[in-house]
Design a binder for this molecule. Sequence first.
Ligand code: ZN
Ligand code: ZN
Length: 261
Amino acid sequence: MTLIVGVRYLIVSGGFAWATRRKHPGLYMGLDPQVRREVIWSLASAAIYGIPAGVVAWGWQNRGWTRVYDDIHAWPLWYWPVSVFLYLLLHDAWFYWTHRWMHRPKPFKLAHALHHASRPPTAWAAMAFHPIEALTGAVVIPLLVFLIPIHVGGLALVLTIMTVMGVTNHMGWEIFPRFMWRGALGGWLITASHHQRHHELYGCNYGLYFRHWDRLCGTDKGIGDFTREHARAARRAAAASGGDGAVGVAIAGGRDAGRPA
Ligand SMILES: [Zn+2]
Ligand SMILES: [Zn+2]
């Protein structure tokens, strides 16, 4: 299971890092030592995530543990999306409160400063956690499967959303359509623009998938803005590719990224 989590991380983070190089060349330029550190800590986290997941998966297959079902008709069909939503809601609540706790001075220094050492984070930072933080994340889904029935396909969807959001929230640009981070729906969902502000200001925007806890507790400070980083990245990329038209590219990049939302 550790191997699966590790390989899944390398494929998904690698894929989005590659997309970043194409979309915003220069964004990760000069960050090689940081990226190396992000990969090492993420692989260590993969090892930690793999242990409870492996034990529970073994128990599910060999001992009939958990409330994961594989017969789609074991529960009414309407329950399938409801269970997925429930898992996301509960995971989000757990993340919000443990994350907020980890921003208290002592736990921060001990367990969470490592994640914030990525400045700015990249697509490789998705699982760059101190082992204590990794442990708090690793137990959630393996505990939920004992409590809340879910179809094996629904569980796969939850894990996919978890992986994709973990990576895309850190990659330094928005891959999702505007309605997901602006407007009526965007006001309740968390994507890169929201989590970027957490990495910028620290004491706010603690959520994982949804913004209701942040909004309810007064810790939502709106969404961040990638304009400056993207302009800087365009300048760096232009300079690296020979300098011809560097200023023009930088200005165009900045103007494009800064278009009013
Ligand atoms: Zn944090
Ligand atoms: Zn983060």
